[in-house]
Design a protein around this ligand. Structure first.
Ligand SMILES: NC(=O)c1ccc[n+]([C@@H]2O[C@H](COP(=O)([O-])OP(=O)(O)OC[C@H]3O[C@@H](n4cnc5c(N)ncnc54)[C@H](OP(=O)(O)O)[C@@H]3O)[C@@H](O)[C@H]2O)c1
Length: 230
């Protein structure tokens, strides 16, 4: 039944695409929009002008934005790999990982959170990672990725407080999707680690988002709905 306004997924990677497919197959929202660097309009989390254009496109749908998921993120690429030691810390990689995982999401908050309705339920979920948890860091390594996701978590908490002043029913959370078989995790998939297909992660994440209430806004939850320590 199409009744719930607009759902928007930002980022068309493994998890973003699975979220879009699952939302489309459910037909629960009047409209589902998925935007990434290759869509029209393009959404690039590292480019504020494109973030603003994408937000204007969403606003132009004239439907209440009931679900927003930011599914972008960077761990490894041309600018480097996650660090195993402080000896590997590198300015270009650190800037890239902070740009994609923290600065970009902050600008997404700036342009998209004002689009959430001021009445009625609405949810904004930001894909984070358990390794961004300071309390859960037992293994070390991955300095840049961990720190950028910890920064994202603080941004989510801060935005949730501001969002609650606009709409008492609104929810804004950081999400850990579990280990999912995508390009991001592929080089690090170890034997013994439970790696799930993106479709399964998408179903779990949507179930968690649907079950959240305003008292849980500003939290950090995993794909099973369990709270992750900061
Ligand atoms: N996979 C896992 O096991 C796992 C575990 C914990 C957390 N996560 C988190 O889940 C989220 C989704 O990851 P995924 O597994 O779906 O990874 P993915 O398939 O690699 O997708 C990454 C997404 O980030 C965007 N992106 C990556 N690098 C970018 C760059 N340099 N500039 C602009 N955009 C960039 C891509 O944009 P386009 O759509 O434009 O290509 C894509 O949408 C991320 O936040 C990740 O940290 C994943």
């Amino acid at each position: 039944m199409a009744e719930h306004g607009l759902a928007v997924v930002l980022g068309t990677g493994g998890i973003g695409t699975a979220l879009r497919d699952e939302l489309l197959s459910r037909g629960q929202y009047a409209q589902v929009l998925a935007l990434g660097r290759t869509t029209e309009p393009a959404f690039d989390v590292t480019d504020e002008a494109r973030i603003a254009t994408a937000a204007a496109h969403v606003a132009a749908q004239h439907l209440p934005l009931r679900l927003l998921v930011l599914a972008t993120g960077f761990l490894h690429g041309d600018n480097g790999q996650p660090e195993r030691s402080w000896a590997h810390l590198d300015s270009a990689y650190l800037q890239q990982v902070f740009q994609v995982n923290a600065v970009g999401p902050a600008l997404v908050m700036k342009h998209f959170l004002p689009l959430l309705p001021t009445t009625g339920p609405c949810v904004a979920g930001f894909l984070s990672a358990r390794v961004g948890s300071v309390g859960d860091n037992a293994l070390g390594g991955w300095y840049g990725y961990r720190a950028s996701k910890a920064a994202l978590n603080q941004l989510v908490k801060t935005a949730a407080i501001e969002l609650a002043r606009r709409n008492k029913q609104a929810v804004c959370v950081a999400l850990h999707p579990g280990t999912v078989a995508t390009a991001l995790s592929q080089p690090f998939a170890k034997t013994g680690l439970k790696v799930r297909p993106p479709a399964e992660a998408a179903r779990e994440l949507l179930a968690v988002l649907a079950g959240l209430n305003a008292s849980q806004s500003g939290g950090f939850v995993d794909h099973l709905g369990h709270t992750v320590p900061w």
